[in-house]
Design a protein around this ligand. Structure first.
Ligand SMILES: [Zn+2]
Length: 234
């Protein structure tokens, strides 16, 4: 992957404190760079390259070594959290829309409730002091989704057959990714062995891509179902 000869990389101890968030990744840290220096890092090997190429949170991973330091990093992390929160929010709204297709009062109330809850979760994630606190912030949204899935499974909701299974897989993959990221596995078992490939953050990225694909696989038939479905009068 080394198209360009990159700058000399740093080890964990010599990287700036705001980038020392994973003490099991020992080497491969980019030095502080200008904006174009960060862009150049798309083309040489370093320990964020896998994260840049496996995911949508490209800006955060690409520019986290910007020479603006910790203030720039904090803003990038906030942007990343906004992205996660938007996926968690906008992804669930069509699920609620279809699940409550035949409940004209409950549906708008549930959509509004979930949106408000997402606002709170987003704020908590933005102000969370640690990775595990961020995971907990999104736990409230996951809890609300489980409630919707439970209602649907119990026959209280509606939707395309088969979609619910996709949604359960979606949240299982997302949860697994979050836990792997917090646990810092597998690099905790072999510090320095997963600096470039196969560390917890990359695994989380891949699991969240799988999660979004499950969302897509569930929502498309669900929306088609809702468009065709006519509700029986009570
Ligand atoms: Zn990431």
């Amino acid at each position: 992957m080394a198209f360009l000869a990159g700058p000399r990389l740093l080890d964990w101890a010599s990287s700036p404190p705001h980038l020392q968030f994973n003490k099991f990744v020992l080497t491969g840290y980019r030095p502080a760079s200008s904006g174009s220096g960060c862009l150049r890092s798309l083309f040489y090997m370093h320990n964020e390259l896998g994260n840049i190429y496996t995911h949508g949170s490209v800006l955060y991973h690409l520019f986290m070594c910007h020479r603006g330091g910790s203030p720039v990093y904090t803003r990038l992390l906030a942007l990343d959290m906004c992205g996660v929160c938007l996926i968690n929010t906008l992804g669930a709204l069509p699920i609620i829309h279809c699940t409550l297709a035949c409940r004209p009062w409950l549906r708008p109330a549930a959509l509004l409730g979930y949106t408000l809850l997402s606002g709170v979760a987003g704020w908590r994630a933005l102000t969370a002091p640690s990775t595990s606190a961020r995971l907990r912030a999104f736990g409230w949204q996951a809890g609300a989704r489980l409630l919707v899935f439970g209602a649907r499974g119990a026959g209280l909701g509606s939707g395309a057959p088969g979609s619910l299974r996709c949604y359960l897989r979606m949240d299982a993959l997302a949860l697994l990714g979050g836990l792997v990221n917090v646990a810092r596995l597998p690099e905790r078992w072999g510090p320095g062995r997963f600096d470039y490939w196969g560390n917890s953050h990359q695994i989380m990225h891949l699991l969240s891509v799988g999660s979004i694909l499950q969302l897509h696989a569930g929502v498309v038939p669900d929306l088609l179902w809702a468009a065709r479905h006519t509700c029986l009068p009570d």
